[in-house]
Design a protein around this ligand. Structure first.
Ligand code: NDP
Ligand code: 2IT
Length: 448
């Protein structure tokens, strides 16, 4: 058995109750085979694959808080500090009832390679809780965030581990967490990113993941001789990533006709009205039914009663921006039958391995999330730089850096794929390019 297969078996055995983590490791290891084979003896002696799949440390803690009725509630908090070879741990905090250690580990593992691809000095980490922010009052959100940070603050810091947003964690939650960190630790430092502009946040961080996704997609299309302008696009999700992906796609001349949340999806043949979507989601924190109620051209589809999703619409480009495994093999077959040209992941691992392979086998340009959604964490790293030098850059300056970073990520992934004889396989290219830098740093730092 090859070294890669040996360690993959070990990972499966050791983490048998964590299917998402096994999925993420399988995808990365499959692409790394040619690189590992070229260095098999050395990597095996150094146990590189065993080390890279074992978090440096992980925390699991109780998060008690009091709801508006005076009832004490208890959630579980997590922080996985996966790999600090190239910089302090960096990665978001996910607040969603589905969160468990396997999901946080898959996200932390992906983050190692994504952060490496940004070319900025950040290691990989992730955190979260099974807390459900939906329907909670601002006071309840604050109570949860303060309790969560009361424990988390022991393990993080501007030079050790810098959390940020993810599903369910936006500017409001980051603000409450930052306030509690400062109060307990007595430190005014860049310990979180995605902060508000009045207390150390970076311009363009809110937009960065969605904008970055489009900068990457645009470069991928361009390098394959295709224009983004005039294309029809399906987006899933209606959160931070989706909203700004839709906005940038429109600015670049494409027409976005769908978006979704966990209960339903919108088909709007005239193009999504971003101002209305922002009002419904960012201000009212309401359901997409309100979007449909306010816009004549929009059709609302209920997922549970209809059993359909936005991938049934005929489009040129699909941008999954909601959550993991939201695009499966049946969706892939439908999209391919409808003539899709490109799929670029805004979410983390939204496409199943089977669906990814189907797209690649059918000549669809496929951008893996760890490359195409890296604009968010890259801009977080730019926020860290601004905090360190106690300066704030203009929107244009940050946005220009983001564009350069995304274009470079595309070309680095493209080059790495070509180098190993897998031209056009951006999944393999991204995994290889991300891996090489981390391994180089790990080897230089000895057994640790
Ligand atoms: P938000 O919480 O802002 O939005 C998430 C969106 O996805 C909502 O519309 C939500 O619907 C929908 N969604 C979430 N979970 C599910 C589910 N289980 N089933 C169906 N729909 C779901 O999160 P973000 O936009 O920040 O994150 C979206 C994705 O992008 C995640 O995979 C995240 O890890 C990834 N990502 C985020 C980055 C960031 O900077 N924020 C950076 C890089 C990647 P509803 O409101 O109904 O739950
Ligand atoms: O998945 C991700 O890259 C994020 N949620 C953003 C992490 C960050 O530190 O900005």
């Amino acid at each position: 058995m090859s070294y890669v297969d040996e360690v993959l078996e070990l990972v499966k055995k050791k983490n048998a109750s964590e299917p998402e983590f096994i999925q993420a490791v399988t995808e990365v290891f499959e692409s790394l085979k040619p690189v590992i084979e070229a260095n098999e003896e050395k990597y095996k002696r150094e146990a590189i694959l065993e080390r890279i799949t074992e978090p440096e440390r992980q925390f699991k803690f109780r998060v008690p808080w009091v709801d508006d009725k005076g009832q004490v509630r208890v959630n579980t908090g997590y922080r996985v500090q996966f790999n600090s070879a190239i910089g302090p741990f960096k990665g978001g905090i996910r607040l969603h009832p589905s969160v468990n250690i396997g999901i946080i580990k898959f996200l932390g593992f992906e983050q190692i390679f994504k952060n490496s691809l940004t070319s900025l000095p950040i290691g990989g980490g992730k955190g979260g809780s099974d807390f459900d922010p939906k329907g909670k009052s601002d006071r309840e959100i604050m109570a949860f965030c303060q309790s969560f940070m009361t424990e988390l603050c022991k393990y993080i810091g501007a030079d050790t581990d810098v959390p940020a947003g993810d599903i369910g964690t936006g500017a409001r939650e980051i603000g409450f967490m930052f306030g509690q960190y400062k109060r307990i630790r007595g430190l005014y430092e860049g310990v979180l990113t995605g902060k508000g502009l009045s207390y150390g946040g970076s311009l363009a961080r809110t937009e960065a993941t969605g904008y970055g996704l489009l900068y990457f997609t645009n470069e991928m299309l361009k390098s394959n001789g295709i224009e983004l302008a005039g294309k029809t696009v399906a987006v899933s999700g209606a959160g931070n990533v989706a909203i700004y992906a839709i906005q940038k796609a429109q600015q670049l001349g494409a027409k976005v006709v769908t978006c979704s949340d966990s209960t339903g999806w919108i088909y709007d043949p005239e193009g999504i009205d971003v101002a209305l979507l922002r009002e419904v989601k960012e201000v009212k924190r309401a359901r997409l039914t309100e979007y449909a109620a306010a816009r004549k051209s929009a059709q609302y589809h209920d997922k549970a009663s209809e059993g359909t999703n936005q991938w049934t619409i005929k489009v040129d480009i699909a941008l999954p921006c909601a959550t993991q495994n939201e695009l499966n093999i049946d969706d892939a077959k439908t999209l391919v039958a409808n003539g899709v040209i490109a799929v670029a992941e805004g979410a983390n691992m939204p496409t199943t391995i089977e669906a990814t392979k189907y797209f690649q086998a059918n000549g669809v340009l496929f951008a893996p999330g760890k490359a195409s959604n890296a604009g968010g964490v890259a801009t977080s790293a730019l926020e860290m730089s601004q905090n360190s030098e106690r300066l704030s850059w203009s929107f244009e300056e940050v946005d220009a850096k983001l564009q350069t970073i995304m274009v470079n990520i595309f070309h680095n992934a493209d080059k790495a794929a070509k180098k190993y004889g897998m031209e056009g396989n951006y999944v393999a290219g991204a995994n290889i390019a991300g891996f090489e830098k981390v391994v180089d740093a790990m080897l230089a730092q000895g057994v640790c």
